[in-house]
Design a protein around this ligand. Structure first.
Ligand SMILES: *Cc1c(COP(=O)(O)O)cnc(C)c1O
Length: 527
């Protein structure tokens, strides 16, 4: 803190240590608390050119004398502060990250090496095509690989998230149907779809019509025919679904749609269960998106950059976003001259760094991408088989990339999916996805991915079985977990109702004083 402290006698030193815990501990304070007036992180040599008045050079409105509340700290304090904070993170590089639906697979280091190469990392997106041939080729080559893997005809790598790929795909459907003078009104969505699907449909200007899955997590074909009326533009299906189950009748579903002038959209974010085994283009899909930041291993989470390419059949090609990367006689170019295009969906060509990593991954795997898929499926089934006698399995079908249990058995002891997930932290694992998908009340959604060895899967299974036993013998222990972390369970309601959206130095300092290492909440009221 700011005030000078004297060492005093041994007992006040002990008190201080008790309060702070170990010297390097999980109780790192805020960097603002370390601030001491006059401390500097850098020292610049004296000017050897005439000084410039910033107010004159920039204009008075852009020049400021200081930044209020900015911490004054030395370089090593900054380094240590952020290094310590970084050790609080759970990461795929630390251990298994079984967050269902998110596909937290390992990102091979070679991808990072390639993405940092000079000439790639340093290229400017506004360079003319003639000096961007390498980058354009990378985009073009990745497109070719993805078309081969999905069996589709054309692609745009512009969208920067799965959800943006969804919106782009739906806008393509709309543009196509409008070009035929038949825009239609509705998009059908099964209840096992990902939550972003209905949101994208509404933003694209369509109405959502929900379809109930049958007890096997499948579309009921007999009922489905009745749903496909003349005002249905498309079915938007997540396949494999959020239950980790493959839609068995997908080819027939495509035929029914096509016979009535509607299209089939497949949310392909779970392509890690299909790549190298089957191709959506071959079973009737007209438009789909991929999540490169999931299936193709590029790092994701925390709102970082992603890539959600859309892959389409020929009929939708005229409407693709601009620009298109073209190739003729070994020369690559960006084509903006596309009169029927839906326009741009993103600046430049999307998140180039993500595309680059995805190409490195795809080329490294090549034809053995099938092995990655089979390992991912094997791991999910291995976990299902070794947990199904202790956790309820509402849809007991072979798993694809993930398996979804429910907390029905543990509920009898007052323990729910959130409690189990929090307890998993004490066992050193990142929690699985809780309470999603919505069609499984109290869901435990587990996706190990192919990155995990049998040993790691076994450790996870042991942890889950141990927690299942605790739920019966000592439910209180599970309900109050985690016990091993810097803070206990956060008050999520308060966090949602009274969010701290802005840094307020004075108030936060006051509030922080009351926080011990196991405080219930870190939420600080706003002014
Ligand atoms: C992750 C996911 C999405 C959304 O992708 P974002 O990149 O987070 O927008 C959509 N559908 C499915 C099935 C997903 O798993």
């Amino acid at each position: 803190m700011n005030e000078k402290h004297t060492h005093g006698d041994g007992s006040s030193a002990t008190k201080r240590i008790k309060k702070a815990g170990r010297h390097v501990s999980q109780s790192e304070g805020l960097i603002f608390e370390k601030s001491v007036a006059g401390k500097r992180g850098i020292e610049l040599p004296p000017l050897d050119v005439p000084a410039v008045d910033p107010a004159k050079a920039l204009g008075a409105e852009f020049a400021r004398a200081g930044v209020e509340g900015f911490p004054e700290v030395s370089e090593i304090e900054v380094i240590r502060h952020f290094t310590r904070l970084s050790t609080w993170n759970y990461a795929i590089d630390l251990g298994m990250y079984p967050l269902g639906s998110c596909t937290m697979k390992y990102n091979p280091r070679v991808n990072e090496f390639v993405a940092r190469l000079e000439g790639l990392a340093t290229e400017h997106p506004l360079q003319p095509d003639e000096v961007s041939q390498g980058c354009l080729r990378i985009i073009h080559d990745l497109q070719k690989c993805l078309l081969e893997i999905t069996g589709m005809d054309a692609a745009s790598l512009e969208p920067v998230a799965g959800a943006q790929g969804e919106l782009t795909g739906l806008l393509l459907i709309r543009a196509y149907l409008e070009s035929k003078g038949d825009a239609r009104k509705k998009v059908l969505i099964p209840d096992s779809a990902h939550g972003t699907n209905p949101a994208s449909v509404v933003i694209a200007g369509y109405e959502v019509q929900n379809i109930k899955s049958n007890e096997r997590g499948q579309i009921d074909i007999a009922h489905f025919r009745e749903f496909v009326t003349g005002d249905v533009a498309a079915l938007m299906i997540t396949n494999p679904s959020t239950l980790g189950v493959y839609e068995e009748n997908i080819a027939e579903i495509a035929e029914i749609l096509h016979s009535r002038g509607a299209l089939l959209y497949m949310d392909g974010a779970n392509m890690n269960a299909l790549a190298g085994v089957t191709r959506p283009g071959d079973f009737g899909v007209d438009v789909m998106h991929l999540n490169l930041h999931k299936t193709f291993s590029t790092p994701h989470g925390g709102g970082g950059p992603g890539a959600g390419p859309v892959m389409i059949k020929k009929i939708l090609e005229p409407f693709l976003p601009v620009p298109i990367v073209t190739e003729a006689n070994g020369r690559y170019a960006l084509d903006f001259n596309r009169p029927q295009s839906i326009g741009r969906v993103r600046a430049y060509c999307g998140n180039f760094g993500v595309l680059l990593r995805a190409l490195a991954y795809t080329l490294a795997y090549g034809p053995v991408i099938r092995q990655a898929t089979e390992d991912a499926v094997l791991n999910a089934n291995y976990i299902r088989k070794h947990l199904e006698d202790v956790f309820d399995l509402p849809y007991n079908l072979p798993s694809m990339h993930e398996v979804v249990f429910s907390d029905a058995r543990q509920k009898k002891h007052g323990v729910n999916t959130m409690d189990i997930a929090k307890r998993l932290i004490d066992y050193g694992f990142h929690p699985y996805t809780t309470a999603f998908p919505l069609i499984v009340p109290g869901a435990l959604m587990i996706e190990p991915t192919e990155s995990e060895s049998r040993e790691e899967c076994d450790l996870f299974i042991d942890a889950m079985r141990s927690i299942a036993a605790e739920a019966e013998t000592n439910p209180e222990l599970v309900k109050t977990a985690p016990h091993s972390t810097r803070v206990g369970r956060l008050d999520e309601v308060a966090a949602a109702r009274r969010p701290v959206l802005r840094w307020q130095p004075k108030q936060n300092l006051d509030a922080q004083k009351h926080l011990g290492p196991h405080e219930k909440t870190l939420v600080v009221p706003t002014a």
